[in-house]
Ligand binder design. Structure first.
Ligand code: BGP
Length: 465
């Protein structure tokens, strides 16, 4: 299989799902600290002890040992995010928090020392809580300025250490998860379309601004957007189903269109007009977006869905579910397993945007059983190996199709707290972390069977799956 020589194999996490230390060394409280049960139940007033993310897997104190394990697998790249509230505890502070900056200095130094390129998400579902409470998150135009200052601070500080940046994690998820993705406290059912799409616009402007700044401050860096990818298949060949899918696709594609082409597509202008939405903007903002498109498009891929104009039995999914596809098996959390969908989406995105692509999340959330083999604790996670193997195979096929793929980072390369459900038991890692949903556990790390498997995949550059 034809993986390019410099292909970036690795793994991905996000600060809020691994670090813990939620108010240590001057960190401010962020929106995850008040979401103890994931996205499905509302936020709490204050952080509560049942919130696993307050400690998470204690990566803040254990990162050196964890990075060593990633390096042992041969990672070329390690994706994580910077917790915005470690740098600007409230988001609108005058001065950054030096202790927070220092933490990431040490983290990125350690990555590089171990031969891993850091790939950094600037905002991964962890807006400072104060920005949510005072401004209602990205609905406010003021957020652009706060994000710009934060981005400028981290670009200046880490310009010699970080050359790969992502502006917003799964930016299109704001349409479904306004609090998690946009720091917006108004619940979705009460949120007007005007406010929701205005918030999207503010993120687009901020993303273009960060791209511009990054190119100025770190000329040899590359900036990507990050979208949640989910192929939507028509349930039948009925043209009504085809049009339904096309219209649904538009709501995902427009986020990539904005980043890769820099202009609002006609279908969105039509939607705005028909729904009485008028995006407040300026010629300067529109110019900025047009002139600062991304260097590459990155995305998460877990599953596909089906859709039908006539409805149908609906299933679970990553941020959004669809009509169940009778041809696909599901994970324990009801997410359809569809390796070919990854080849499909790689081809579709490249056809559409003609930009290099980076798969920055893919993996299987499953319940693992810790067992003892010859006195060593491990997990026999053949189901995870099978899932990853089948998906990597499809990446290889897409490369043969002519799609330029920069790299592949599996999601949750070490077990971490789930974004949607806040559970520990939804595990993705090559490394098992002894922590349970009730918060008990020693936080000890154990290598799973998939650890050695992935090491072999990387060593053979994808030839041995
Ligand atoms: C994506 C997020 C991640 C991650 C992943 C798995 O939506 O970018 O932060 O957690 O999905 O989802 P979950 O943790 O809900 O299983």
């Amino acid at each position: 299989m034809a993986f390019p020589k410099n292909f970036l194999w690795g793994g991905a996490v996000a600060a809020n799902q691994v670090e813990g230390a939620y108010i240590e060394d001057g960190k401010g409280v962020d929106i995850q600290d008040i979401m103890p049960h994931g996205v499905k139940s509302g936020p709490t007033e204050e952080p509560t002890p049942d919130n696993l993310k307050l400690i998470a897997i204690d990566f803040y104190h254990r990162y050196k040992d964890d990075l060593k394990l990633f390096a042992e697998m041969g990672f070329k790249v390690f994706r994580t995010s910077i917790a915005w509230s470690r740098i600007f505890p409230n988001g609108d502070d005058d001065q950054p928090n030096e202790a927070g900056l220092k933490f990431y200095d040490d983290l990125f130094d350690e990555c590089r020392r171990l031969g891993m390129e850091p790939l950094v998400t600037i905002s991964h579902y962890e807006t400072p809580l104060h920005l949510a409470k005072k401004y209602n998150g990205w609905i406010s135009h003021d957020l652009i300025g706060f994000y710009e200052k934060y981005a400028r601070t981290i670009f200046n500080r880490y310009k010699d250490k970080v050359k790969l940046w992502l502006t917003f994690n799964e930016i299109n998820s704001v349409l479904h998860w306004p609090l998690t993705s946009g720091g917006i406290l108004t619940p979705l059912e009460k949120l007007s379309k005007q406010d929701l799409f205005q918030a999207c616009h503010h993120e687009f402007v901020a993303s273009a601004l960060a791209t511009k700044l990054c190119h100025e401050i770190i000329p040899d860096a590359k900036v990507g957007c990050m979208v949640l990818s989910m192929p939507i298949y028509p349930l039948t060949p009925n043209p009504d189903d085809i049009i339904k899918v096309m219209e649904m696709d538009h709501f995902n594609d427009f986020f990539g269109d904005l980043h890769a082409r820099g202009v609002y597509p006609g279908y969105m202008n039509r939607y705005f007009k028909e729904n009485g939405i008028s995006i407040k903007t300026t010629p300067e903002e529109l110019e900025l977006m047009k002139n600062n498109t991304v260097d590459f498009v990155s995305f998460s891929y877990y599953m596909s869905i089906a859709e039908s104009a006539g409805g149908g039995k609906r299933g679970e999914g990553n941020v959004m579910g669809g009509v169940e596809n009778p041809y696909l098996k599901k994970s324990e959390w009801g997410w359809a397993i569809d390796p070919q969908g990854l080849r499909f989406i790689l081809n579709k995105f490249y056809d559409r945007w003609q930009k290099p692509l980076f798969i920055v999340e893919n993996g299987l959330g499953a319940k693992d059983q810790l067992v003892e083999v010859d006195g060593v604790k491990t997990v026999n996670d053949d189901y995870r190996i099978n899932y990853l193997r089948d998906h990597i195979e499809q990446v290889g096929k897409a490369i043969e199709d002519g799609v330029p793929v920069m790299g592949y980072t599996t999601w949750g390369c070490i077990d971490c707290v789930s974004a949607s459900t806040s559970q520990m038991s939804k595990r993705y890692g090559f490394i098992y972390v002894d922590r349970n949903d009730d918060g008990s556990g020693t936080l000890e790390r154990y290598k799973k069977k998939s650890f050695d498997w992935y090491k072999k995949v990387i060593a053979s550059n994808g030839a041995e799956l």
